[in-house]
Design a protein around this ligand. Sequence first.
Ligand SMILES: Cc1cc2nc3c(=O)[nH]c(=O)nc-3n(C[C@H](O)[C@H](O)[C@H](O)COP(=O)(O)OP(=O)(O)OC[C@H]3O[C@@H](n4cnc5c(N)ncnc54)[C@H](O)[C@@H]3O)c2cc1C
Length: 486
Amino acid sequence: MGRPDVQVVWFKRDLRVRDHASLTAAVDTGAPVLPLYVIEPSLVAHPHTSPRHVELVLDGLTDLRESLAALGAPLVVRVGEVVAVLEDLSTQVAIEAVHSHEEFGILATWERDRAVAAWCRGRGVRYLEHRQSGAMRGLTSRDTWSRQRLALFNLPLHRMPSAVRPTAVALGPIPEMRDLGMAAETMVYRQRGGERAGREVMRTWLTERIPGYERHLSSPVSGWSGCSRLSVHLALGTVSAREVHARVQARKSEPASPRFSLNAFEERLAWRDHFTQKLEDAPNIERSALHSAFDSLRPATANTQALAAFVEGQTGYPMVDAVLRSLAATGWTTFRMRSMITSFASYDLWLPWQESGRVLARWFTDYDPGIHWPQIQMQSGVTGMNALRIYDPVKQQLDHDPTGEFVRRWVPELRDVPDSLLATPWLVATDERHDYPDPIVDHAAAVAQAKRRIGAVRSQIRGDGSTRALLERHGSRRPPPARRRR
Ligand SMILES: Cc1cc2nc3c(=O)[nH]c(=O)nc-3n(C[C@H](O)[C@H](O)[C@H](O)COP(=O)(O)OP(=O)(O)OC[C@H]3O[C@@H](n4cnc5c(N)ncnc54)[C@H](O)[C@@H]3O)c2cc1C
């Protein structure tokens, strides 16, 4: 082997060729490039990973291999742990640098990245982590966060290379699910992964679907096409958040653009990074409460009957069950519906948030740890810095499914219940009963008890400065929105 020159571009949650900092930097060296994706058995078996996540990655790999082939260097795919794969590749080519994106993920990926960095150090290989997220390492103050984020987002996009010099390394097959010891999930619908699919979603969103976005944000019915549906693609990096941002700016400058909707959408793109920054600044957030006083609030292990009712969508609250069943079958719902089911798990069922969060992580096709765990904690009342958000499932049904279209679709046992009783089917006369369970808990009583328990912890920490410290570290610098009844 000659002087080390090969540039490994290690793809992770950045399965695209456009606005790809690592790829552009590697190609700019003029050296041969080895584009690599490693399917890691330890992550495939991780409790947060479900078969639908793996299928989405496989969609992305097929697409990426084609795009890179068109540039001259198709994607190399290996199954194994990353350090072992790099070690093996280093016996075939002389690696000068490993480029990857700076990932804000779970503890397991953080440890994995450290191991890769250590391997590179040990081998004298440069390890370059390129930014793609508005979250940042080593943030010292939230006061300047927004400005720093925009500075990255307003930089020109990375140009897509016109050609990539290949190496002679064998490509390796893209495995099928069964090769990974998994069966594809039977789903009613699953969003397609891959850059091509992502770009089409972005195109239809910004050119056709975005007007009126703010009206669809909560509805599990109209949100299906009235929200962007970019979350899967942002989570796997099959579209670049910076490119979405740039296209939003371009759209805003057009005459008669739907500015209100564009602004609302742009704000949510910023929330994505705001929450991810919390994960970066509190990396244990998938395990421990942001405020440690709330760590022993709920039991460490879930009540099996309550957890089973949640997983099976048999809680006796039609809107909750419809959302849970639809998630299992499609992998997506709106923000408000995610909040409602998390609130139900955490306050009504008093389940440990780590457990319900894991169930939801596996269902959400867009599982993105940087958004997920901070949101799960916020909707479970354990951050020590946010107002309690407790959702009334009956009110949510009346507000967001007034005709019963959504509930009747996912809870067909209630198909014949009249509209007037659909949100409270336990009131149906016994001689006209349906085959649907009574509520597993009394919402009002469960919530009153939850509030008492949380209030007790809050009074212990009141005035001790801990909330102020958390707000200083993690709090948004925007004024809080006006209070609404949920
Ligand atoms: C308990 C809970 C868990 C969640 N877990 C995830 C998750 O794992 N992955 C995920 O992508 N989103 C998560 N969300 C946030 C939000 O519900 C989804 O981003 C959104 O519903 C995805 O659909 P969309 O792409 O059509 O969103 P749009 O409304 O079109 O928003 C565009 C993008 O902005 C970001 N975004 C939107 N809302 C939020 C928000 N409230 N906080 C942070 N970022 C936001 C997402 O990247 C989203 O794709 C969670 C919300 C809750 C309450």
